[in-house]
Design a protein around this ligand. Structure first.
Ligand code: MG
Length: 385
């Protein structure tokens, strides 16, 4: 790793872990600093492996070429690390946050998130970014000494992208920045934008491949049209598949280069000299130039209107809602239908809100295919139990 900038997060000065770990000896830290240990804990978690079978936009069984939450998370990490290296930020922390950012995502992508949020309306709602924090703080069961992965403050700070004041007040030190109007580390700011870069570009790629959107339609979007023209000028006879890939890779390059250049200017103008000054600064310092921000907003709007609301995606959204809502209602009514582990947790719950949270944990942890087969087992009298 290149030398760290003064404003980068430093693993030797981490604000630490919630549980003091008896075995975190000097010997263990020879090869792995605290942020590398966090990244490794994330990669070895079962929630991380389940990302392979969770939808990004297209349901996992629609085709083998589409992004899943796992490949999405890897693309986020790759983009974020490139930028971190260019800005001399901490690559390890950037990677850990990127790989963990979607750990709490429901099955069926945003459709699943919306459905579960609706189910949980009376019980505090459901938000996947808070759920990612719940996964790493509580739900992973691997270590003898504690629940969750016991990650460093800086990694958890990065996972918690946004938060309502009510929830922030339950999160103590971690939620404090939402009251103070403070910023998270630059690595956290970066992972957040790398998420946007990854999904806008790969959704263009997947949407074109699926035939849900076309290059002709995308010409209406300045960001796409600029890169289309660039490739067309250089390679007028290129076939559609290579054309698509050449455009997408150039769009990612433009995003990354713009992000690096603008963030460098922001950092220089702000004159921040430490992570404390980054946190206390009045606004985020990692960001696009105004022109690219506006173009990216237009591209996102196009995807929202033409891809995420496409009738074939709508059908998936509708089915996903049914699969999750019917299960949620059945478990709320009869907790005897839940697997034993969740029944036990429900038995310990002090009220209906806590019971609902246990059920949301169970549903959110499901992969797409597990949610569908569990639905079959519950509601199809002819399905084998
Ligand atoms: Mg994401």
């Amino acid at each position: 790793m290149s030398a760290l900038a003064a404003y980068a997060a430093n693993p030797a000065q981490s604000r630490g872990r919630v549980h003091i770990e008896a075995d975190s000896t000097e010997v263990q830290l020879v090869h792995r600093n605290q942020f590398v240990r966090d990244r490794d804990r994330i990669i070895h978690s079962s929630s991380f492996r389940r990302l392979e079978y969770k939808t990004q936009v297209f349901i996992n069984h629609e085709g083998d070429l589409f992004r899943t939450r796992l490949t999405h998370s890897m693309e986020v990490a790759q983009i974020a690390r490139t930028v971190a290296r260019a800005l001399h930020l901490n690559e390890d922390l950037t990677e850990a946050i990127s790989l963990a950012h979607d750990l709490g995502h429901t099955p069926f992508g945003h459709a699943g998130q919306e459905a579960l949020d609706k189910c949980m309306r009376e019980y505090g709602g459901f938000e996947h970014n808070l759920q990612s924090l719940r996964v790493v703080d509580l739900l992973e069961e691997k270590y003898a000494q504690f629940d969750g992965l016991n990650l460093c403050f800086e990694t958890r700070e990065g996972i918690l992208k946004h938060c309502t004041p009510a929830r922030a007040s339950e999160l103590g030190e971690l939620g404090q920045r939402f009251f103070d109007g403070a910023q998270p580390s630059l690595e956290a700011q970066l992972a957040n934008i790398a998420d946007t870069i990854a999904y806008t570009n790969h959704d263009v790629d997947d949407g074109l491949r699926a035939g849900l959107i076309t290059m002709d339609e995308l010409q209406r979007v300045e960001f796409f049209a600029n890169h289309f023209d660039m490739v067309k000028r250089e390679y007028p006879k290129l076939d559609a598949r290579r054309m698509r890939y050449e455009i997408v890779r150039r769009m990612i390059t433009t995003h990354v280069n713009d992000l690096v250049a603008q963030s460098r200017m922001n950092l220089a103008a702000a004159g921040v000299q430490s992570i404390e000054e980054v946190r206390a600064y009045c606004s985020p310092l990692i960001g696009f130039s105004p022109a690219i921000r506006a173009q990216t907003r237009d591209l996102k709007r196009f995807l929202f209107e033409n891809l995420y609301r496409h009738y074939r995606v709508n059908r998936m959204v509708s089915k996903a809602a049914t699969v999750l809502e019917r299960q949620f209602a059945a478990y709320m009514q009869n907790q005897g239908l839940l697997p034993s582990k969740y029944q036990q947790r429900c038995a310990k719950a002090e009220n209906k809100t806590q019971q609902a949270r246990v059920i949301a944990d169970y549903l959110a942890g499901m992969t797409d295919r597990y949610a569908i087969s569990e639905y079959e087992r519950l509601f199809n009298p002819l399905a084998l139990a």
